[in-house]
Structure formats: C-alpha cells, structure tokens
Ligand binder design. Sequence first.
Ligand SMILES: *Cc1c(COP(=O)(O)O)cnc(C)c1O
Length: 398
Amino acid sequence: MENNLAIHGGKPVRSTYLPYGKQYIDKNDIEAVVNVLNGKYLTTGPKIKEFEDKVAKYVGAKYAVAVSNGTAALHSACYAAGIKNGDEIITSPITFAASANCILYCGGKPIFADINPHTYNINPKEIEKKITNKTKAIIPVHFTGQSVNLDPILELARKYNLIVIEDAAHALGTKYKDKHIGSISHMTEFSFHPVKTITSGEGGVITTNSEKFYEKLILFRTHGITKNKDFMNNKDKGPWYYEQIDLGYNYRITDLQCALGISQLDKIDDFIKRRKELVNMYDEELSKIDGIIIQKEEEFSDTSRHLYIINLDLDKFIVGRKEIFEALLAENIGVNVHYLPVYLHPYYQKLGYKKGLCPIAEKLYKSIITLPLYPKMDDKDFSDVIKAVNKVLDYYRK
Ligand SMILES: *Cc1c(COP(=O)(O)O)cnc(C)c1O
C-alpha cells in the first residue's frame, strides 16, 4: 500500500489540530463573568451559593459544596469521611491520579481493585476481595462518564460499614437506574475543568445528602475555621469572633468561577445531547473497522459521555499502540491515553506498589486510545477522525 501517512511526510487528514477535549463558551458565559467583575465580590460572594444550589438541584442532592477544583473536592470528601493514617480506601487503577492522591493526602492507603475488561469500570467483585478490617471507604470512578454498578458497591458499603465517595469528575449528567449520579451515595465529587461536562475554569463540587458531611466539607474549605456557634469552644466572645477548630485548607472557589459554572449548567442538556450524538456516530462507524473494540455500554447507565475510547486488537496490526498513536497525532487528530494505571506512576512505585497488581487494567492500558469528543466538534471534525483512523489502521493492518 502507498505510504501517504503524515508521519512519513504525507499530507495530514486535517491541516489544523483537533484537540481531544475542549470547553464550549458562549456570549452568555462571557457576560456572566463580566457581570461579576463589574460587581462587588470577586471571591466569596452570592454566586457560590447560587452555583451550589443549582448543582444540588440538578443532581437531586440535598447539599452541594463548591471548592477550587475536583481534586480539592476529593480531598475534602476524604476528610469529611474521616480518613486517617492507616485506613485503606479502595479505588480503580484506571483513573486520573487525583482519585488516589486524595487518599494519600489524608494518610490513607490506596488499594486498587481491578476493572471489568469490557466496561473499564471498577469490578465490585474485585472490590470485595480487597476489603480488610482496615478498609474505611470506596472511591469508585465513573470512568468515561459511564456509571459504575453502584448497587453492589453500596451493598458492600452496608455490609462492611464503609463510606462511598464517588469520583464523578467524568459523570455530571449521568444517571444510574434513572437517578442522577450525585444523589445516591454518601458523597460525590464533580470537576469543572475545561475538558469536563461543564466548566468553571477550575472548580469542583461535592454533593451529599448528609448534614454531618456537609458541615465538615464547609469547615475544610476555609482552614477549619467556623463562625457557627454550635461548633465553637468559646461562645459569645463578640461578633468578630471565629475559631479554627480543625486543620483545613483554603479551597475556596471564586464568584467569577461560579458565575461561569451557573451559565454553563444552563447548557448542559445541549452539551450532553451532542456528546451522545457523536458517540452514536463513533459507535456506528468504528464498529465497522476490523481491529477496534468498542467500550461496552451498561444498561443501568444513561451516560453523559466524557471520553470516547477505542481498544485496539493489537494482534491485527504490524505495529504497537505507540506507532498508531503517533501516526494519528501526525494526521492532526488530538488523541490521548486515559490512563496509565495509577500505581504504575513512579511515585506509587516508590511507595511499593508492584507491577501485576491489576492485570486487566495493565493489559487494557497497553491498547487504548482516546479519540476527540466535545460538544463543539462538528460533523466535519468527526469525519476527519474517522478518515484518519481508517487511513492509519489500514496502513498498519497485518
Ligand atoms: C479531572 C479529574 C479529577 C480532578 O479534577 P480537577 O478539577 O482537575 O482537580 C479527578 N478525577 C478524575 C477521574 C478526573 O478526570
């Protein structure tokens, strides 16, 4: 076959780079932020509560606490769950490092339970195998936006008295058995990083139905400082008086960010609609291509679709994932890989985690590629991706 791959000097499918993910900002978003700039408060003002209430209402949770980013949200949730030195917390290996780092921040030990090879989500049966008398919590990750199977996880939590903190950074808008993610377990974290379902620039939220967790989250966000008399040691000292009653952080979000988040949330239905459309188009086109395995969809998940991942049957190609990835990149398709199993990062290796811990996750990692997916992608962008995938895979097919 003629070698016209861009990586070998041929003309790329696209003349401009198509990123794998990107925010969708419109006039209303810009106006919302400018209004805050023209107003009284830049940081802790009325937009924070408004954003929190709007997120809580959207997912159907009693409380929402907005913080500076999704990682801070996870850290806050781990604090509220009471995670401390020696506790073991079970999470997925196929996730962004933050899902496990938040456990380390609290002195806990991340325990990785292997995934389902077809959905790529954590496998509840593997979770149960890892439960010991030190286990304190489970942090399931709704990878790519597809809901994990929550019922068996919540059942384990009841049986072993564990706290469930969902990492739903990918999954704002996803429903599990007709219930919004964020309304179901003890606490749920969302991220508003620009590649996620909606953005506030940087930002995160924890939703919960528990007043006890809510109060702890609020405390942790501002240094462990409270003005709530119910929690103070010394009361009636004066109107200026506040107390630091625990060690917290400055994890505050700003009114600027919340104004953007509010305006973005107004558009979430359209964002999700377009993401679903693109995923259906991908599924249809890519299922025709020999050598591509498509992520299995679970019946119980109505998925808001954060990432589109193809799994390559590498036996069908003369080169490995790296060469295919590089060739797609040269065609100006913004491919990515989500994710290296967390415990294979050098930092985790230094902590003593060994290769081979989660064989299914390690195997999957070697053959996956994330394709571009975001609401602003148009049909031409989409067909460019399909063209590039066909071009590259045809060239390298055995
Ligand atoms: C993005 C992300 C986070 C962290 O969110 P930030 O807002 O970037 O801190 C956590 N977990 C997962 C799975 C993510 O994708």
